[in-house]
Each structure stands twice: as structure tokens, then as C-alpha cells.
Design a protein around this ligand. Structure first.
Ligand SMILES: Nc1nc2c(c(=O)[nH]1)N[C@H]1C(S)=C(S)[C@@H](COP(=O)(O)O)O[C@H]1N2
Ligand SMILES: [Mo]
Length: 318
């Protein structure tokens, strides 16, 4: 008898069907694309018609990254969001439509060979685009699994050419009080800030998402570019990024500034380390509301566990 040992992320037979259906839908859409061009003005949603990157999607899926569960319905992933700049509740999708996407300048500065400001449309066309299906585990114990399109964060780090002295990457979300009603809450330490070590930022899993479900990423999900670091709690994956700052100082994030006792720098997913106010052992799957066990590093240990193996005395899991 042949014994096949499945890796933690291996694709169980039950999800193969979902993947096949999803892929054929994409192929179908691609086929339709050419034939319906003339109707674009009337038949396609405004976002697809006006987004200057719409022609880039869909992109080829990278099959190295597999799911252990079906892809979350687009409807759920794009209507149940955390984006405090637009309000501190899950239903901010409508408010987020106020986000102004162009011009969108990305600042790359700090310990780099040459500081620069690059327009998003210029940047994205220099990057190697692909699609990846990733799990996402929020620290609040809900989860989803979605197809991001975008590029490896490592490609942006290489483009930025950090100096040898740089050890961390600090990233910032746009903070525009004219379009973001949440900024009225002045006790929050805006802009939303997050950070990674350069070893984490150049790990193959670290991804910049510019698309979702084979289209430009919607505003509520962090348009035009957001982070996806699936082995960490969701709050690390900041949205609508305007700045990549290379530094030798460990960044202090938005949530760490607010409640450092509950939300630390590392925030790696671990079912055995409870949040001070709730258990992290299981998670609620968006859409089905099924409860499933949470996995160490959200199931991505084989890619990232080595990053942390020699670290002593660090709060790696909160
Ligand atoms: N700028 C910004 N980024 C953010 C947040 C936020 O409030 N503001 N929320 C974080 C949290 S807690 C989670 S779980 C994810 C949610 O991403 P989603 O809405 O696409 O599911 O975004 C993260 N990125
Ligand atoms: Mo979250």
C-alpha cells in the first residue's frame, strides 16, 4: 500500500472541486472579457472599468500555496472587514468607497540606497504578479481563505535596495481625514502602522496584495495595495499602504501602541497562546460559521518556523 504523507497545507480532495470550479470560472471570465469589451461602459461594474490596473487581472495562480479548506465566498470576504480608518465595526465596505485611489504615491525611504516616491501604477507594472490562495486568521478568532493577486514583498524590498544596516521594514497606511471618518477618533495613533523584520519581509510567504478574486482589490480590503502575512494575526496585514520605511529600530505598531499587553510585534498565530481575553484554540470560518481548530503559524510552519527557532524571551505569539 502506498502511504502518502500530506503536508499541513496539502489540498484535501474535498477542496479540489472548489478550486476547479473557481479556476474554470476565471477562464470563462477571461474568455468573456474580449467579447464584451464594447459593452464595458454599461455592462461592467464602475470599478473594473475605471481602474487603470484592471487589464492586469486575472493573473496566473501559484500552485505552491494550497488550502485545507474551500475559498470563502467573495460576498463574505468583501462585506465583513476590519478597517478602522472607516469605522470600528465590520460593515465599513460602503464607507470605504470614499477612499481616493489616484493619484496613489508610495514612499520608499529610510535606510535604502536612494529614497524615492513611486506612483502605484508605475510600481505594479515592475512587479511579478501572481495569484495566491491564503488563509487569513484574525486575532478576534474568525478566519477566511481568499485568492489574493499581487507580488512577493521580497520583490519590493529588492526594488528598494535596503542598506546592510537596515533590519526592519515599517509600513504605514494612508491617513486622510477628508475621506476616512475613523480619523476623528484622535486617541488612535494614526497612521495605522505595522512592521516586520527584513527576514520576515523577504520570506517567500510575505505578499503584497493588489487584487482579490481575480480583480483589482476592493477599497474595503485595502486598495490599492495591502500586506498579506498569513502566518501572523490579521492585524499585521495593513491596508492601503503609502510608505515603506527601512530602519534599524523595531517598529511599534498601531495596536502595540494602543494595547501592547495584548498585541505585540510578532503576533504569530498559535492556538496554545490565548489572547488575554479569549481563547485562540479555534476559529470561526466566515460564511459557514463552522468552528475549526487553529493551527500553529496558521498552518504555514514549514515556510516560517525557522525564522523564530533561535529566539529566546520574545513574545512570539501575541
Ligand atoms: N489600515 C488598516 N489595516 C488593517 C486594519 C485596519 O483597521 N486598518 N485591520 C486589520 C485587521 S484586524 C484584519 S483582520 C485585516 C482584515 O482584512 P479584511 O477586511 O480584508 O478581511 O486587516 C488588517 N489591516
Ligand atoms: Mo483582525
Amino acid at each position: 500500500m502506498q502511504v502518502i504523507r500530506k503536508k499541513a497545507w496539502a489540498l484535501p480532495d474535498s477542496t479540489a472541486t472548489d478550486e476547479t470550479i473557481y479556476r474554470s470560472r476565471r477562464t470563462l471570465l477571461k474568455g468573456l472579457g474580449a467579447g464584451t469589451m464594447l459593452l464595458a461602459g454599461s455592462a461592467l461594474p464602475a470599478r473594473a472599468a475605471s481602474d487603470p490596473t484592471a487589464d492586469l487581472y486575472p493573473v496566473q495562480r501559484n500552485l505552491r500555496y494550497r488550502l485545507d479548506r474551500p475559498i470563502t465566498d467573495e460576498k463574505h470576504a468583501t462585506t465583513y472587514n476590519n478597517f478602522f480608518e472607516f469605522g470600528s465595526h465590520k460593515g465599513i465596505a460602503k464607507e470605504a468607497q470614499a477612499l481616493k485611489l489616484r493619484p496613489w504615491e508610495v514612499r520608499i525611504d529610510g535606510m535604502v540606497e536612494k529614497e524615492m516616491t513611486v506612483g502605484f501604477d508605475d510600481l505594479i507594472r515592475r512587479m511579478p504578479l501572481e495569484e495566491r490562495v491564503y488563509r487569513h486568521r484574525c486575532v478576534e478568532a474568525w478566519s477566511m481563505a481568499v485568492p489574493w493577486s499581487g507580488f512577493a514583498l521580497k520583490a519590493l524590498v529588492d526594488f528598494a535596495k535596503p542598506l546592510g544596516s537596515a533590519k526592519y521594514l515599517r509600513m504605514e497606511t494612508q491617513a486622510d481625514p477628508d475621506t476616512m471618518p475613523g480619523l476623528i477618533q484622535t486617541w488612535y495613533p494614526w497612521p495605522y502602522t505595522e512592521g516586520l523584520t527584513l527576514a520576515e519581509a523577504t520570506n517567500e510567504l510575505a505578499f503584497i496584495a493588489t487584487g482579490l478574486y481575480g480583480k483589482p482589490i476592493p477599497k474595503q480590503s485595502g486598495a490599492p495595495l495591502r500586506l498579506a502575512v498569513p502566518w501572523k494575526y490579521g492585524f499585521k496585514s495593513l491596508k492601503s499602504i503609502v510608505r515603506f520605511h527601512f530602519t534599524d529600530e523595531r517598529p511599534v505598531s498601531f495596536w502595540e501602541t494602543l494595547i501592547g499587553k495584548e498585541y505585540g510585534f510578532w503576533a504569530n498565530v498559535n492556538p496554545k497562546v490565548d489572547h488575554p481575553r479569549w481563547s485562540q484554540a479555534t476559529e470561526r470560518v466566515l460564511g459557514t460559521n463552522e468552528r475549526v481548530p487553529t493551527l500553529l503559524f496558521n498552518g504555514y510552519g514549514e515556510f516560517v518556523a525557522d525564522l523564530y527557532k533561535d529566539m529566546k524571551g520574545e513574545r512570539l505569539y501575541m
